[in-house]
Ligand binder design. Structure first.
Ligand SMILES: NC(=O)c1ccc[n+]([C@@H]2O[C@H](COP(=O)([O-])OP(=O)(O)OC[C@H]3O[C@@H](n4cnc5c(N)ncnc54)[C@H](O)[C@@H]3O)[C@@H](O)[C@H]2O)c1
Length: 322
């Protein structure tokens, strides 16, 4: 007999919370009991669709004995307050990226987690996204040889049409927290901690928001692996790609989330193959969370791990004096 679905409260019924709730239900292992948003109408609409109870206050969700866990998809500036409230109420927590906007807030979340005896996972979903997942697996298997250099770009044109808080540094933390956190976390998870950082930021185009027009990072990893990352909101078209140079292959794409667009150039005698999964990455991520909860194992992305990504971003901003 399969175990009963996990009873979950959704905190944040915005664009991503709504999507995450649908993925969660799709696992067949989660039942959304309560949907919470400070916008009461938004909470009510989604709660009706999900046959859940609507709340406009996280405390009300956390006080419910029929809720065992929460999915938190509120703006990042509120992540610490919301995660700590849920952990103190004894709930298991799945927290969207970025974990928080400061190292101090990450430490406070991790302290609350340790004191609660509950588990926290942070949603760094790029670890389950193709082609990133398959490249990481191939690198770890040794078939790509040594990592030499990586170039990543994620250039945005219409990004700020999504949600107003994303354009305010107090709300989103800036481009590195809201967008680059995906690639920076993936890089850490595959190649280890960054040893050196240089950052250049430009903000001079006329705009109604506070985010970087252009942010360029130069990251040094152990063993001489280097990465250049270029992002920002001041570009004339969206463009998202990478070029990763390894000892035995160069792997590149100008459509970063489309495995069909990956080009592999082999540099040695051994054929290089990437084994792409067909599973929806958000589904795989939630399944990994549920598996770890069921087996009482360490989370695939722990609070300590996600806090290191926040520390990297904070260091990158400090390096630019931002
Ligand atoms: N993993 C991914 O691929 C991915 C993609 C998009 C967004 N995200 C993350 O998801 C989170 C939410 O982003 P979004 O795009 O859905 O933003 P959004 O603005 O669409 O949704 C946020 C929701 O939180 C609600 N909210 C704000 N304050 C609240 C409070 N005190 N209590 C309850 N609800 C409150 C807002 O009313 C809104 O409905 C962010 O952390 C973002 O970085 C992750």
């Amino acid at each position: 007999m399969s175990p009963a679905p996990l009873a979950v409260g959704l905190i944040g019924c915005g664009q991503f919370g709504r999507f995450l709730a649908q993925v969660a239900i799709g696992t067949g292992r989660i039942r959304i009991k309560a949907a919470c948003d400070q916008d009461a109408q938004r909470a009510a609409t989604l709660a009706t669709e999900l046959s859940a109870v609507a709340c406009d206050d996280i405390a009300a969700v956390c006080a419910r004995p029929d809720v065992d866990a929460v999915l938190i998809a509120t703006p990042p500036a509120l992540h610490a307050e919301h995660a700590i409230t849920a952990l103190r109420a004894g709930k298991q927590v799945f927290l969207e990226k970025p974990m928080a906007l400061s190292e101090a807030d990450c430490a406070a979340i991790n302290q609350a987690c340790a004191a609660s005896g509950r588990q926290l996972m942070v949603g760094h979903v790029l670890r389950w996204f193709e082609p990133y997942r398959a490249i990481a697996a191939a690198y770890r298997s040794g078939q790509l040889g040594r990592a030499l250099h990586g170039s990543f770009w994620r250039l945005e044109h219409d990004f700020l049409r999504i949600a107003p808080w994303k354009g305010q540094r107090a709300g989103s933390g800036g481009y590195l927290f809201e967008v680059a956190a995906h690639e920076l976390d993936w890089l850490r998870s595959v190649f280890g901690e960054v040893q050196s950082i240089a950052t250049a930021i430009d903000k001079r185009l006329p705009s109604a928001h506070e985010l970087e027009d252009r942010v360029a990072l130069q990251l040094g990893f152990a063993d001489g692996f280097g990465v250049h990352y270029l992002g920002g909101t001041g570009f004339s078209a969206n463009s998202h790609g990478f070029c990763l140079r390894f000892e035995h292959a160069t792997i590149e794409s100008d459509a970063a989330f489309d495995p069909a667009r990956v080009r592999i150039t082999q540099h040695g005698a051994h054929p290089i193959t990437l084994d792409f999964s067909q599973t929806n990455p958000y589904r795989a991520e939630l399944d990994a969370w549920l598996d770890s909860l069921a087996q009482q194992q360490a989370m695939p992305v722990t609070g300590a791990d996600a806090a290191a990504t926040v520390a990297l971003i904070a260091s990158a901003y400090r390096a630019a004096g931002w």
